[in-house]
Ligand binder design. Structure first.
Ligand code: NAD
Length: 411
C-alpha cells in the first residue's frame, strides 16, 4: 500500500476515535503548501542538467514546519506528502512546538560530484529561500543528505537573510549543530524501548534483539542496546546480514564495517539471508532501514514479541493487522523514531539562545521527552481503548486539532 494512503488511513481512524468533525478533518489533512521547483545546474563537464525539487509544508498550527530533505532518484510527491504529514503528527506526539514538512530532489546523489551536489543544493535553496525560515519551515538531513548539505543551505539562505544558523538543523557542530544529534534517533529508539518494556516488567538486559539496517539509526541503537547488556543476535545492512545467537560484539562489528565498508566476512558471526532476518526468532525486532519491509507476505512469519519502528513506515497496514492478531506489540514510528527531531528542536533552541548545551543535558532532556510522550500515548490508549499506533495517532492529531481550533477560522 502506498505510504500516503496508509498514513491517511491511520489519520482518519484517529479522527474517528477522537470524534472530530469533517471540516476539521479536511483542514488537518490538506497540506498547507506544496512547492515544486526546477533546479538546473551545470555539471562538472559543462553540460546542463535539470532536476525537480519538492518541499511539502503540511501544517503549522503548533509552530514552524519541520522535516528532512532527501536526495533520491525515486523522490515522489505522494511519498513526500505522506512523510510531511507524518512529521506533523510526530512533532505533536513529541510535544515539541513544530508542525510538519518534508522535501527532496529527484536525483541520484551517488552519481553527482561534491561540487555538483553543492551547486544543486544552492540552486534549490535559492528557489525556496522565501518560503523556509527560522519561524516558518526548518529543514534537516534525510536520506542522501547530511550535515554538509545543511551547511550549504545555511550559507545560501544567509546570503539573502543574514546569518541564520537556526534555519536548518543537523548542521556540523562547527556551524551550530548540537552535541548528541548524531546519536539522537538511535538513542531515542532505546529510550522508547525501555519505556515500553517497563510496562511489561522487562528490561533490555534480559532480551534478544534483531536489527535491520546498520546506518545512523541502526548502529547507534545496536551500540546502546549492547551497552545496556541486551543481546543483539542478528544485524543486517544492504551488503548482508550476520548472526550470533550468543550476542554479536557490536563494537567489533562497527569496527569491521568501518574498515571493510560491509558486514561481509565478520568473524564474530555467521552470514545469513537478508529476508530471513526479519522473521528470525527474537524478543525485539527493530527495523532501521526502509519503509514497507513488513508486509502481508512476511508478517505471519514474524517471531518477535515486540517491534520497534525505528524506520519510517516499516509496517504496512496489512502487516499491522496480521501482527496485532498474533499479539505482537508494535511501537509506532511517529513515537519510536522521534528522538531525531526532538534533538533537532534542541539544536534550534540552542541557536536561538546563542548558547551551546553539554551533551549530557541533551541526552537527559531527550530521555525526559521520550518518557513523557510514552506516558501520554498510554493515556490515549486507555481513554480510546486502542493499540499503541492509534494511541500515538490520536495523541498527535488531537494536539494539532486543539491548536487549530484555538487559532480560529476567521480570515
Ligand atoms: P542510513 O542511510 O544511515 O542507514 C540505512 C541502513 O539501512 C544502511 O545500513 C543500509 O545499508 C541499510 N539497508 C538499506 N536497504 C536494506 C535492506 N534491503 N536490508 C537491510 N538493510 C538495508 O539511514 P538512517 O538515517 O539510519 O535511517 C534509517 C531509517 O530511519 C529510515 O527509514 C529513516 O527514514 C528513519 N529515520 C531516520 C532518522 C535519522 O535521524 N537518521 C530519524 C527518523 C527516522
Amino acid at each position: 500500500m502506498n505510504s500516503l494512503v496508509a498514513t491517511t488511513r491511520n489519520f482518519r481512524n484517529a479522527v474517528r476515535l477522537l470524534g472530530l468533525d469533517s471540516k476539521l478533518e479536511k483542514s488537518l489533512l490538506i497540506p498547507f503548501r506544496e512547492i515544486k521547483v526546477e533546479c538546473t545546474i551545470p555539471k562538472d563537464d559543462g553540460t546542463l542538467v535539470s532536476y525537480v525539487g519538492y518541499r511539502i509544508q503540511h501544517d503549522n498550527a503548533r509552530g514552524p514546519m519541520k522535516g528532512g530533505i532527501r536526495y533520491h532518484p525515486e523522490v515522489d510527491p505522494d511519498e513526500v506528502n505522506a512523510l510531511a504529514q507524518l512529521m506533523t503528527w510526530k512533532t505533536a506526539v513529541a510535544n515539541i512546538p513544530y508542525g510538519g514538512a518534508k522535501g527532496g530532489i529527484g536525483c541520484s546523489p551517488r552519481d553527482l560530484s561534491l561540487s555538483e551536489l553543492e551547486r544543486l543544493t544552492r540552486v534549490f535553496t535559492q528557489k525556496i529561500h522565501d518560503l523556509i525560515g527560522i519561524h516558518t519551515d526548518v529543514p534537516a538531513p534525510d536520506m542522501g543528505t547530511n550535515s554538509q548539505t545543511m551547511a550549504w543551505i545555511l550559507d545560501e539562505y544567509s546570503k539573502f537573510h543574514g546569518h541564520s544558523p537556526a534555519v536548518v538543523t543537523g548542521k556540523p557542530i562547527d556551524l551550530g549543530g548540537s552535541l548528541g544529534r548524531d546519536a539522537a534517533t538511535g538513542r531515542g529508539v532505546v529510550f522508547a524501548t525501555e519505556a515500553l518494556l517497563a510496562e511489561y516488567g522487562q528490561s533490555i538486559s534480559e532480551l534478544t534483539f534483531v536489527i535491520q539496517g546498520f546506518g545512523n539509526v541502526g548502529s547507534w541503537a545496536a551500540q546502546l542496546i549492547h551497552e545496556r547488556g541486551g543481546k543483539v543476535i542478528a544485524v543486517s545492512d544492504i551488503t548482508g546480514a550476520t548472526r550470533n545467537l550468543n550476542g554479536l560484539d557490536i563494537p567489533a562489528l562497527l569496527k569491521h564495517k568501518v574498515e571493510n565498508g560491509s558486514l561481509h566476512d565478520f568473524k564474530g558471526g555467521d552470514a545469513m539471508n537478508l529476508d530471513e532476518l526479519l522473521v528470525h526468532e527474537c524478543d525485539v525486532l527493530i527495523p532501521c532501514a526502509l519503509g514497507g519491509v513488513l508486509s502481508r507476505e512476511n508478517a505471519a512469519d514474524v517471531r518477535a514479541k515486540y517491534i520497534i519502528e525505528a524506520a519510517n513506515h516499516p509496517t504496512d497496514p496489512d502487516a499491522d493487522e496480521i501482527l496485532s492478531k498474533k499479539g505482537v506489540v508494535i511501537l509506532p514510528d511517529i513515537y519510536a523514531n522521534a528522538g531525531g527531531v526532538t534533538v533537532s528542536y534542541f539544536e534550534w533552541v540552542q541557536n536561538i539562545q546563542g548558547f551551546m548545551w553539554e551533551e549530557e543535558k541533551v541526552n537527559q532532556e531527550l530521555q525526559r521527552y521520550m518518557r513523557k510522550a510514552f506516558t501520554n500515548i498510554k493515556a490515549m490508549c486507555k481513554s480510546h481503548d486502542c493499540n499503541l499506533r492509534m494511541g500515538a495517532f490520536t495523541l498527535g492529531v488531537n494536539r494539532v486539532a486543539r491548536a487549530t481550533l484555538l487559532r480560529g477560522w476567521e480570515a
